[in-house]
Every structure is written in C-alpha cells, then in structure tokens.
Design a protein around this ligand. Structure first.
Ligand code: BJW
Length: 227
C-alpha cells in the first residue's frame, strides 16, 4: 500500500523567496513586538498599526515568487500515487502560486479579510483599514486580516488532526517548532507510531523527537526529498 504523507510547512520554506521569517536573526519578531501585532489585544489597542503591519507584508508578496521547495511540493501533490496533505502555518500564497491545489492554511491567509461583526471572509483587494466596510454586512471598521493570532484557535484543527493520524509519514519543513499546536504534531505523530522527518535549515526546538532530521536550505532539501 502507498504511504500517506502529511506535510507541515513554516516560514523557512518561503525564506529563500525573500519572505521574512519570525525567529531567525533579523526576523520579524526582532523588529516588532509580537504582542503589538499578533494578538487580539494588540489589534484592539491600535488597529491601524496592525493593519499597517499586515498591509506592508501583503504588498511585499507582490515582489516575491515561489522557490524550488514550493514547486517540489506541488509536484508531489500532482504525481505521488498516495495521499498528500499539505498544512502550512504561512499566510503567504506561495504554495498556491507554485501549483499546490489543496493547501490548509492553519494560521489564515494574508489575501483575505475577516469581518469581526458577521464573520464573512473576503478577498483583501486593497489595503485594510478602519475606513472600509464589510461587503457582506455593511458594518464599517469591522475588517481585520484573516490571520490567527496568539490566543486564537488555528483553523481546521479537527481535519488536520484526522489527516495527521491517518498518515504514515509526517514531514516538517522550515519551522522552528516554537508555536503550538503545530509544534506538538511531531510528539503526536511519535505517540501514534507515525514516522517523522524534519527538513530545516538548523535543528528545530523539537528536532530530537523526529526519527530523521536533514539540515540545510529548503530549496535543496525539499526537491531532494520529493525525487
Ligand atoms: C529555513 C530556511 C531555509 C530559515 N530553509 N529552513 C504552551 C503549550 C502549548 C501552547 C501554548 C503554550 N504557551 C502558549 C501557548 C499558545 C501559543 C503558543 O504556542 N505560544 C508559544 C510561543 C509557546 N499558541 C497559540 O496561541 C495558538 N493557538 C492556540 O494554541 O489555541 C489553542 C489550541 C490548543 C490546542 C489545539 C488547538 C488550539 C495560535 C498561534 C498563532 C501563531 N500566529 C503566528 C502569526 C500568524 C500571522 C502572521 O504571520 O503574522 O503564526 S506567530 C508566527 O509563528 C506565525 C507562524 O506561522 C508561527 C510559526 O513560525 P515558524 O513558521 O516556525 O517561523 P520561525 O521564524 O519561528 O522559524 C523559521 C524556521 O525556518 C527556523 O527554524 C529556521 O531555521 C528555518 N529556516 N531559513 C529551511 N532557507
């Protein structure tokens, strides 16, 4: 029987495309306080500052492109005879631009807005701000980026755990293993007897829990894994 593969990606897979990571030297969390921009409390205190942070990141995506690691995972989804689940913590759309069809964005998507009044999600066509109104319910000043902040529940967790438990191989790519619940997947895989592989620039926080770890740039390691 063909093995089912569950893949988790993090900021490291997009690093070579020019998207900033969070916890690497010079990463986003060394420039801004995560409490200010990545918590519901930060958004309540200063929504325009949070909008500015995400508007700038959304704009910067226009100047980047997928790298060989994204393309390799899209090829895996297309050509592998067994099940492939791709879960990303990233809010960029580089997996989709590389051709992946069924990406689960557990921390949301920069390209979407979320209305805090009615819950409607919509394409974020322009910069978000308090001046905009929700196109679904008409409420003014109710839009936020559709991303998951600390203290909020990541998306599609039931489906994600089901897919993880059905897998024969768990592969973690480009993530520091610092943020739960994704950081806990390797321990859960281990308990369930699912084989695990880490592909990361350097050992992650949970590297000792993996059955195998390969360290280096994703643009080299991921295509080599997919071959
Ligand atoms: C390369 C590379 C190259 C570089 N090639 N590799 C204790 C236990 C359990 C939970 C908690 C706890 N204490 C607190 C919590 C809760 C909290 C949490 O985890 N806090 C920790 C700090 C401890 N978690 C939450 O609040 C989450 N919600 C939650 O837990 O709900 C309850 C729940 C319970 C049980 C089940 C389900 C739910 C929500 C977390 C939301 C995180 N949001 C962010 C922001 C999203 C929007 C945005 O992008 O702005 O998500 S934070 C940020 O971190 C972002 C990322 O997705 C996430 C992970 O970062 P990632 O991807 O790992 O990036 P880095 O920078 O950390 O690492 C990059 C890696 O790449 C490095 O290792 C490099 O070496 C490597 N690399 N170049 C290969 N070229």
């Amino acid at each position: 029987m063909t093995a089912s593969i569950f893949i988790l990606t993090g900021a490291g897979i997009s690093a070579e495309s020019g998207v900033e990571t969070f916890r690497d030297k010079g990463g986003l969390w060394s420039k801004v306080k995560l409490e200010d921009v990545a918590t519901p409390e930060g958004f309540s205190r200063d929504p325009e500052a949070v909008h500015a942070f995400y508007n700038a990141r959304r704009a910067s995506l226009l100047g980047v492109a997928p790298n060989p690691a994204h393309y390799a995972l899209a090829r895996l989804e297309r050509e592998y005879p067994g099940d492939v689940t791709l879960v990303t913590q990233n809010i960029d759309d580089l997996h989709e631009r590389a051709g992946s069809q069924a990406v689960i964005h557990m921390h949301g998507e920069l390209s979407l807005s979320l209305c805090v009044h009615c819950g409607a999600k919509a394409k974020a066509e322009s910069d978000l701000s308090l001046a905009l109104a929700c196109t679904a319910c008409g409420t003014a000043g109710s839009l936020r980026p559709d991303v998951v902040w600390f203290g909020e529940m990541p998306y599609r967790m039931n489906e994600i755990y089901e897919k993880l438990m059905d897998a024969d191989l768990f592969v973690s790519i480009g993530t520091s293993g610092a943020v739960y619940p994704a950081a806990g997947f390797v321990a859960e895989a281990r308990t369930a007897g699912i084989r695990s592989l880490e592909l990361n620039l350097e050992p992650s926080d949970g590297t000792f829990l993996f059955d195998e770890a390969r360290h280096g740039p994703a643009s080299k390691l991921v295509p080599a894994f997919v071959e």
